[in-house]
Design a protein around this ligand. Structure first.
Ligand code: DX5
Ligand code: ZN
Length: 261
């Protein structure tokens, strides 16, 4: 996000506000320098992590696509696992993730769109997952699933579908590392961003800030260069991007452009 004085007061991830009183104390060099440093720190902090979704990669040249991500400014690899039961599509499983893991040192962010994820958590850890996200709608015993993921040494994420209220996260939010807000109905890449997600991001950011937690908000589905600024401004930390990256004429430049927002 650019530091544009016209958008003051600026909200930071810590819920602080920088007011226009900046101009009043402008004359003091010490305070001026401190504020400039604060602004620089805030702008770095506001930079979202970019997690390209390999679902949109070319699987005939998967290694080259992984290499491209390695050399790009992408932060995470987003890996979508679908079982044809929780979602109406089947993608790939631990074998492919194991191969992808060998190509990269970046964070492997595994998004499980499957029923009974507890049966496979250990196998995904063995395949190389760093972050393991399960769907709230797929877990009868969500708290137990989270404990299992953490006890296996992975970061725990909970994904919520567009129709699911984030108020359902109240009792587990302190136990997790990430909330994946679905901004499309899960199952397919290349869908259109659901605008109501913006309100959900703001509501979730408020909940996280009020509880003083360090939980990342990830937005998954329909993220583009056009809507990303609004998504970041609403409070997102991680942007998943499938088609926007892999269908671009220059994926590396597109990742860099997302990173600069
Ligand atoms: C959808 C997946 C997404 C998908 C995003 O069910 O969870 O990660 O790959 O793709 P785009 O960015 O093309 O909407
Ligand atoms: Zn995903």
């Amino acid at each position: 996000m650019k530091l544009n004085p016209s958008c003051w007061p600026l909200r930071t991830r810590y819920g602080l506000k920088i007011s226009k009183s900046f101009t009043i104390i402008y004359s003091s060099p010490y305070i001026f320098c401190s504020l400039i440093s604060y602004y620089l720190a805030a702008s770095i902090y506001l930079m979202a992590l970019i997690a390209p979704s390999l679902l949109s990669a070319n699987f005939l040249r998967l290694e080259q696509d992984c290499q491209m991500l390695n050399e790009s400014e992408a932060d995470w690899f987003h890996l979508d696992v679908m079982d044809g039961r929780f979602v109406p599509n089947i993608s790939f499983g631990m074998l492919i993730i194991e191969y992808i893991r060998k190509t990269t040192k970046k964070i492997c962010d595994v998004h499980l769109m499957i029923l009974e994820p507890e049966k496979y958590a250990e196998a995904f850890k063995a395949a190389g997952a760093d972050v393991l996200t399960v769907h709230i709608e797929a877990c009868t015993h969500l708290h137990r699933n989270i404990q299992q993921i953490k006890s296996l040494g992975m970061q725990a994420g909970v994904a919520v579908n567009p129709h699911t209220s984030i108020s359902l996260l109240q009792d587990v939010i302190a136990d997790i590392d990430l909330v994946c807000l679905m901004s499309v109905n899960p199952g397919f890449g290349g869908q259109k961003f659901i605008p109501q997600t913006i309100n959900k991001i703001k509501e979730l950011r408020k909940m996280i800030n009020e509880k003083g937690l360090n939980v990342k908000i990830e937005i998954d589905g329909g993220v583009t260069l056009e809507n990303a600024p609004e998504i970041i401004a609403a409070g997102a930390d991680v942007l998943v991007a499938g088609n926007t990256v892999f269908k671009a004429s220059d994926p590396t430049a597109t990742i860099a452009a997302l990173k600069k927002l």
